[in-house]
Write a protein that binds this ligand. Sequence first.
Ligand SMILES: *Cc1c(COP(=O)(O)O)cnc(C)c1O
Length: 469
Amino acid sequence: MRYVSTRGDMAPATFSDILLGGLAPDGGLTLPEAYPVLTPNELARWRGLSYPELAFAILRQFADDLPVEDLRALIDKTYTVAAFRTEAITPVTPLSDGVWLLGLSNGPTLAFKDIALQLLGNLFEYALLKTGGHLNILGATSGDTGSSAEYALRGKRGIRVFMLSPHQKMSRFQTAQMFSLQDPNIFNIAVRGVFDDCQDVVKAVSNDAEFKARYAIGTVNSINWARVAAQIVYYFKGWLAVTTREDQEVSFAVPSGNFGNICAGYIAKRMGLPIRRLILATNENNVLDEFFRTGVYRVRATDQVTHTSSPSMDISKASNFERFIFEAVGRDPAVVRELWRQVEAQGSFDLSGTPYFQTVRESGFVTGSSTHQNRMATIRRVYQESGMIIDTHTADGVKVGLEYREEGVPLLCLETALPVKFEDSIIEALGRSPERPAGYEQLETQPQRFEVMDKDVVAIKASIARHGG
Ligand SMILES: *Cc1c(COP(=O)(O)O)cnc(C)c1O
C-alpha cells in the first residue's frame, strides 16, 4: 500500500516511511492511495476472531511493508488482558433496547486513546530498534493525551518522553496518573502557566529546526496515520458483536473533537463495513457540527474555546478533518490546498453551494451538539435506565446518538473514557462517585515524579538536552 498526502506534494511512501511522522513534508496529512475493500465473505470469515486476530487481519492491509510475523507479534503484545483488563478489549454492553455501549476505555489510562497509542508505542520501539535510531517525544497536555502517550511509551527502548503540563491545573486523578510513573524514560515537566503556555513552548522548540534535528524531537499527536488505522479495528469489532448477518447495518455515535476517532469509522465504512450513520457529537465547541449543518468550516480563536465538562473535546479546530475533506473534494489536492489557504487567511472556508457539499451530505454523517445540562441529564437517564455510569464525553455521544436513533438499526455508542476520570461531574449528576477499577484505588497517594519549571524555552530546551537520548 502506498501513502499520499492530502496536499499532493509527497512522493508515494510506505507505512514504515510515515509511521514516525506527523504532518507530511508538504504540510498535509497522509492517507492510503486507495482503501482496501472487503467482500461480505471476508466479513463473514472475521466472525469469531479475537481482537488481536481481527486487528491483524485489518492492519496487515495498511502496514503491508512490515513482515507479517513481526506485525502479528506487535499486535499480540499490545492487545492483552493485562493491559485492557478484558479479553474482548472493546466489550459491548446493552444500554437499552437496540442501544449499546462500545467500551473503548479499558486500557491503562481509562480512555479510548490507549487503544491506538498502546500499539503506536510498540510500533515506534520496533521501528527505532530496526534503524538503531532514537526519539525524544515532546508534547503538551491538559490531561488525557499526555497520560495515554506516557503509558504507551514508558520503558520503550530508544524513546524518551518530555511532557509539559500546566502546573496544578489538571485534576488530582490525571496528575497522579502521569506523575506517579517512575520509568526513567518519562520526564514530566509541570510548567507554571496554563495549557496554552505549554503549547507555546512545544511550538517554539519545534520551530527551532536545528535543535529539533539535533535532539531527534518527535511527537505522537492525533494526526499520526497509525493511530487512525488502529482505531478502524474497533468499528469492525463493534459491528461483529451486534450483528448476525453480513448485510445488517448499524450506526455509531462518536464523541468528537479532533475528528480522529470518527475518521477511523468513516474509513471502515469506505472499506465496506455496513455502517448506516456516523453520528458525530460535539460539546459546546461545535466546529464540526456547524460544518456538517452549514458547509462552513470556521476555526475558533483560542480564546473562543469554551472550557466544558467534556474537556477532551474542547477544540478550536479539528486536526484530522483535512483527511475527510480530501475525500469530499474528490481527492483533489489543489482544492485542499486552496481551502486551507483560506483557513490560514480568514479562518474559514465555505462548501455550501458547491457540488462538494452534496458529497459531504451523502457521506453518512449526521451531527449534533450538547451542553453541560444535556450531559448531566444523559448521565442520569442512562444510570436510571441501565444502572451504568457513563462519563461526560460518552454522554455527549449518547445524547446525540439517541436523537438519531432508528427502529431496527442497532446503535453503538462509543465510550471514550471511564467516569472515574471525571469524578466531579459524576457527583454533580448523580450525587455519588463512580467506582474505581481495581488497581486505581490508591493512585493519588503514590509517590510522584515531576519537575516544576517556568515558561522558559531556553531552560526547557536545556532540560531536554540534559536528559534526552
Ligand atoms: C480525545 C478524546 C475525544 C475526542 O476524540 P477525537 O479523536 O479527537 O475526535 C473524546 N473523548 C475523550 C475522552 C477523548 O480523550
